[in-house]
Design a protein around this ligand. Structure first.
Ligand SMILES: *[C@@H]1O[C@H](CO)[C@@H](O)[C@H](O)[C@H]1NC(C)=O
Ligand SMILES: *[C@@H]1O[C@H](CO)[C@@H](O)[C@H](O)[C@H]1NC(C)=O
Ligand SMILES: *[C@@H]1O[C@H](CO)[C@@H](O)[C@H](O)[C@H]1NC(C)=O
Ligand SMILES: *[C@@H]1O[C@H](CO)[C@@H](O)[C@H](O)[C@H]1NC(C)=O
Length: 412
């Protein structure tokens, strides 16, 4: 079983008619407001945390000054509740003037001056999920407006008052309008998640032709339970989802909640490791002004980011699920620059106590007969195992509700 699973991992890429806008060649990295800051619009009551240009400027400053930009995080993304309650006299969207006095254009200029990119949000219906004006009847005009402002990424949600059966037409229309602006705009689609919710068959070929990244499943919440339910969904659907992922196209299990209120340090490592294995966008939704160093270090870990950002863009999958609550997830990383690393394996635990596990690369089904030995590196402990013959036993201790992430390749 292991051997065939490994083969599948290595063959798991696809190339048909993926969206050709040159973007998201590796999973996009950045920051997105929603999970942490929601629709907090009362800047009188909560000036520090309300959805305002100040919030996005402060996050941009932190991205640059605290090392995130250097690590690869480049998008600063607005979510719902940025708009004024109506369109203007020409039917154009505009930002709430009290919370965004510089307008989105002014904010985009600021973000660009920092060497970062700006993402914005709309929805496919007549209203956003929070009741603000959305793009359903104005797709072309809104695409042009976003491009004029200098927007670099667009998340189009699926709310509200819009027949989900029309999404197979509507989202591709938006793709065409975005393309017609001439500005490369990374397109994040919530379309498959809404079809899933309505029991409409999802055509991932069509999704990949029109979107760079897409949400498949429900919104993440600030809880370990939510992280687990998302991982469960991707495991259950992996035979459908792995083949459509690749450079330019990635499944999106939603934001990183690392450094928020609920995940322990080990759980945070587990989310980071699993999102890297899944070739998922790394969009943090946290408060970079107050995050503590142990969480920041996880988000900035160069070796886990290198796995996430491997050029081949192969999405990993669950290859074994033990009845004792231990799972193995494997991702092929054949092109990782400057190293001999070819695979990343996550030993993932749902147990309530630490678990020691003894195995060998041969027992794990890796192509051991052709290989004299492996070189392995423990990504979070930063420990080199050194040369390991294929049949040499190793023991890993997997933390409760946590992960051990190992990057390895043939010894040179
Ligand atoms: C904002 O919060 C302030 C202080 O709590 C409150 O007086 C005001 O009514 C709130 N404004 C809105 C629009 O909810
Ligand atoms: C959006 O509003 C327009 C104009 O009122 C209406 O014709 C259309 O049916 C609405 N769209 C949906 C899908 O609710
Ligand atoms: C528009 O689509 C064409 C054809 O797929 C592509 O070559 C071009 O780069 C796209 N332009 C933008 C701005 O996305
Ligand atoms: C899915 O979309 C592709 C690309 O547009 C199309 O060729 C194919 O016929 C569609 N499949 C189904 C089942 O509709």
């Amino acid at each position: 079983m292991w051997a065939s699973a490994v083969l599948l991992v290595l063959l798991g890429s696809f190339g048909a008619n993926a969206l050709d806008n040159g973007l998201a060649r590796t999973p996009p990295m950045g920051w997105l407001a929603w999970e942490r800051f929601r629709c907090n619009v009362n800047c009188t009551a909560d000036p520090k945390n309300c959805v305002s240009e100040k919030l996005f400027m402060e996050m941009a400053d932190r991205l640059v000054e605290d090392g995130y930009k250097d690590a690869g995080y480049e998008y600063v993304n607005i979510d719902d509740c940025w708009m004024a309650k109506q369109r203007d006299a020409n039917n154009k969207l505009y930002a709430d003037p009290e919370r965004f006095p510089s307008g989105i254009k002014g904010l985009a200029d600021y973000i660009h001056s920092k060497g970062l990119k700006l993402g914005i949000y709309t929805a496919y219906g007549n209203f956003t999920c929070q009741g603000y004006p959305a793009s359903g009847m104005h797709l072309e005009l809104d695409a042009q407006t976003f491009a004029e402002w200098g927007v670099d990424m667009l998340k189009m949600d699926g709310c509200k008052q819009m027949d989900r059966h029309t999404m197979k037409k509507g989202y591709p229309q938006m793709t065409k309008y975005l393309n017609a602006t001439g500005r490369p705009i990374l397109f994040s689609c919530s379309w498959p998640d809404y079809e899933r919710g309505a029991g409409i068959p999802i055509n991932y070929t069509l999704v990949a032709e029109n979107c760079n990244i897409w949400r498949n499943y429900v919104d993440i919440q600030d809880s370990w339970q939510s992280v687990l339910s998302i991982i469960d969904y991707y495991a259950k659907e992996q035979d459908t989802l792995v083949p459509v992922a690749g450079p330019g196209n990635f499944n999106d299990p939603d934001m990183l909640i690392i450094g928020d209120f609920s995940l322990s340090v080990e759980q945070a490592k587990a989310q980071m490791a699993m999102w890297a294995i899944l070739a998922a966008p790394l969009l943090m939704s946290n408060d970079l002004r107050t995050i503590t160093p142990e969480y920041r270090d996880i988000l900035l870990n160069k070796d886990v980011i290198a796995i996430s950002q491997d050029n081949a863009g192969i999405m990993g999958k669950r290859v074994l699920q033990n009845p004792d609550g231990i799972e193995f997830w494997l991702r092929g990383i054949p092109k990782q620059q400057g190293t001999n690393r070819e695979w990343a394996i996550a030993f993932f635990s749902r147990r309530k106590e630490a678990k020691s596990f003894t195995s060998s690369f041969k027992d794990l089904g890796l192509p051991a007969d052709k290989v004299e030995g492996f070189d392995a590196y423990d990504v979070f402990s930063k420990y080199y195992w050194g040369y390991m013959p294929p049949d040499a036993n190793f023991t890993v201790t997997i933390p409760p509700n946590g992960v051990r992430l190992i990057a390895f390749g043939q010894a040179e």
